[in-house]
Design a protein around this ligand. Structure first.
Ligand code: FES
Length: 555
């Protein structure tokens, strides 16, 4: 704490002069809110962090930041990930802060806070919200997200009645905490641990376990030491640590959303990391974590099986073990200390959950800058497929069509949704898991090839090609597809082709006009003007690189 004015105002809050003199000042950036069910416990956890900070000789101050409760925020939390990143950076820049504990976990809160902290460059540690408890329905484990989709399709097909649906509605999300499948929240928190920015094992601890507040106190204690040691993100993050995150992503069967988030974080850190790195890792590391949607377990099972350190031990041959973590030690120390308790949940390399990768990157005339698919949660029969496109220009148009019993389609049709990318939607919502037409559901069809420039919830599954880049709203090739065109996918060869001649495509390109945005003001206008494409991480172009401009020290 520097200067007369700061000391004076601290005393105005009832603190003693010596409370802030010569002590590290720790920000607890908290994404708690009354409308963020996954973070409902983070107010209490902030108290545990404070306890740790005080015990270690620091002085904690809690700072609220935008809470992005995934299901509550419209049109999509992805629209606000960069807002939270900017807010985190500016909080840490504008206030007299020496280091930060970041409390988050629901999907975009994790990359948002980390992107801001990486840019700001002060010591920072991520304190994850932790997954919610497992639940059961009629003797069967059910988890958030994945089963919502399973049961919704069954209801559309007439196999789940209204009474059962009402019961399920209250049962699939059992406690505070993040989604308990290997969705985006569990993926991103694990990847942050693999990057070295969270305490070893911390991201696997269930939100309601007594170990969770103890972990939060550890975060508070640890950040004080990190401040004295000046252990900043730039000393932890390397190309090796990002490749470690990619290896963990594949072994977990992680969410496709991680592609945009990890690339955005790497760019903030000034580290070269691209879709090609993810695809290359997917060819080497199979899915080992037996968790929904690629497998059958939930996050509590993963915790009891040994958690992330145990999974990292399984893939240690694919990890750069000399990379540093917030502990101030190499990754090797935590991997050596780990133990796999349940080999059915954390499988060995020679007995993977899936031989298909958690993520593959496709290219071709339909996706010149790349598109992603999750083969481990897709239908094997559709990994090589050619079919007739059925194109939708908006989500409402698509949803209305899906209920139409006369819709012209069959199980070989390729469903296409466009204008759903970063600029087009805007915010690249999770519309990429296009619903199966009702008339096909009734016939027992549960998966089809689906393409879009949108994202898909990490808890969902299906043969969905996502993040097609560049997107249709900026003139990407998806804009030129018409109903009836043939589309061909070959996942083993990593190709995605629009089977229409170049002359015809040139004619359509000349006729194409960009959609007019309805957004004239505010954050969304700024976002649409500056957001980058999916293969670049969807950051704002003026935030992606470089360090903040330092303020002059006037005190
Ligand atoms: Fe918050 Fe899934 S809705 S983690």
């Amino acid at each position: 704490m520097r200067g007369f004015a700061h000391r004076q105002r601290m005393q105005q809050m009832g603190l003693r002069r010596e409370d802030v003199l010569e002590r590290p000042i720790v920000a607890i950036v908290n994404t708690w809110s009354d409308l963020s069910p996954c973070h409902a416990h983070l107010r209490e956890r902030a108290e545990a962090v404070k306890r740790g900070v005080l015990m270690a000789g620091g002085m904690p101050f809690e700072l609220p930041a935008m809470s992005l409760g995934e299901v509550m925020v419209k049109p999509t939390t992805m629209l606000y990930r960069n807002f939270l990143a900017m807010e985190t950076e500016e909080l840490l820049r504008s206030l007299p802060i020496d280091g930060a504990v970041l409390l988050g976990g629901c999907d975009k809160t994790t990359p948002g806070m980390l992107m801001g902290a990486i840019s700001m460059g002060v010591p920072a540690i991520f304190c994850p919200a932790g997954p919610m408890l497992n639940d059961r329905h009629r003797g069967r484990q059910v988890g958030a997200g994945t089963h919502t989709r399973v049961f919704w399709d069954e209801m559309q097909a007439g196999r789940v009645g209204a009474e059962e649906w009402v019961h399920l509605e209250s049962r699939m999300t059992r406690s505070p905490g993040t989604c308990n499948t290997m969705g985006t929240a569990s993926t991103m928190t694990a990847l942050v641990e693999a990057l070295g920015l969270a305490l070893p094992g911390s991201t696997s601890i269930p939100a309601m376990d007594a170990a969770h507040p103890r972990m939060a106190a550890d975060c508070g204690e640890r950040i004080v030491r990190m401040i004295w040691d000046d252990l900043t993100p730039s000393k932890i993050l390397t190309r090796g640590s990002f490749l470690n995150a990619a290896a963990v992503h594949m072994a977990l069967g992680g969410s496709t959303n991680a592609a945009v988030h990890v690339i955005a974080m790497a760019r903030r850190a000034g580290i070269e990391f691209t879709l090609a790195d993810l695809d290359a890792m997917g060819r080497r590391v199979p899915v080992l974590a037996n968790l929904f949607p690629s497998g059958e377990g939930l996050m509590e099972d993963f915790y009891f099986a040994g958690g992330l350190p145990a999974l990292m031990q399984r893939i240690r041959a694919h990890l750069a073990l000399d990379e540093l973590t917030v502990r101030g030690q190499s990754l090797r120390a935590q991997v050596d200390a780990a133990e796999v308790i349940d080999a059915e949940v954390i499988r060995p390399l020679d007995r993977p959950v899936s031989h298909e990768p958690a993520l593959a990157v496709l290219r071709g005339n339909l996706a010149p800058e790349g598109a992603v698919i999750k083969p481990s949660a897709a239908l094997p029969a559709l990994m090589r497929h050619r079919g007739r496109a059925l194109v939708f220009d908006s989500q409402p148009q698509m949803l209305a069509a899906m209920a139409d019993e006369a819709l012209d389609c069959d199980e070989h049709t390729v469903l296409v949704l466009r204008n759903a990318g970063p600029v087009g939607a805007p915010g690249m919502p999770e519309w990429g898991n296009l619903p199966i037409p009702r008339k096909l559901l009734a016939r027992g069809v549960r998966d089809m090839l689906r393409l879009s420039d949108a994202r898909m919830s990490g808890t969902h599954y299906g043969t969905c090609v996502l993040h097609i880049s560049p997107e249709s709203a900026v003139g990407g090739p998806l804009a030129l597809v018409r109903t009836g065109d043939e589309i061909e996918i070959d996942v083993p060869q990593r190709t995605l082709q629009h089977c229409v001649g170049e002359d015809e495509l040139a004619r359509r390109r000349a006729e194409w006009t960009a959609p007019v945005s309805a957004y004239r003001r505010g954050w969304t206008r700024l976002y649409q003007d500056h957001v980058t494409q999916a293969h670049e991480g969807c950051d704002l172009d003026f935030l992606a690189d470089g360090a903040p401009t330092p303020e002059p020290d006037i005190y």
